[in-house]
Design a protein around this ligand. Sequence first.
Ligand code: CA
Length: 248
Amino acid sequence: MKVDAFGLSDVGRCRVTNEDNFFYDTGIGLFAVADGMGGHAAGEVASQLAVDALVETIRDSDDDLADQGHVVARLKEAVREANRRIWASIETNEERRGMGTTLVALVTLNEHAIIGHVGDSRAYRLRDGRLEQLTADHSWVFEQVKAGLLSRDDAKNHPMRNIVTRALGSQTDVTVDLSEQEAVPGDLFLLCSDGLNAMLSDEEIQSMLQEHRDDPEAACHALVEAANERGGEDNTTVIVLRVLANGA
Ligand code: CA
């Protein structure tokens, strides 16, 4: 698959540090956003460990990465490896106890985007002007929304909106949600930390992506600036990729 991509991370207007990390490389077709948590600067350690483990595991793979089944298995293994490294780091550093991170990763292959995630960082696809969330947040409020107990709007302002129900670093192993999404020329994929979707509605994200659909860099700047204008309460990280051509 041939894609054009850009990524951007911003500390926002309220936080002193940026605990998000991201990575993208259109050559190997790998894109990732991690949103760290935990005091004493441990959040940024966790998100960096996660991104590094992911990239190394995918890049150094001996598997045939032209095979979709292998890529899905490798992505799952890479996220589990990220979890193991964070867990090991906590076990040997008392001050890192309680650190963790989300991770959303996307691998492009032929006609597909293969997505793995843990936590509440999201993947979206914009197709024909319509935005669709491709990941289900591992968060308390999202689970209430899925169960029909809370509306999406109420979830945004709920006092428990920051409670993540699954993260890297909280247990010895982690369950990774994986999906294989079709990608056709003209599609945009967006990966983001919750600093974006906490400040902006899906409708706003949709219209900004649509407006800048030919320019991932302009789209990233517009999204981050809008999140900051709305208050910038959290770190905001975005990666936008545009599918130029699919196929091997
Ligand atoms: Ca966050």
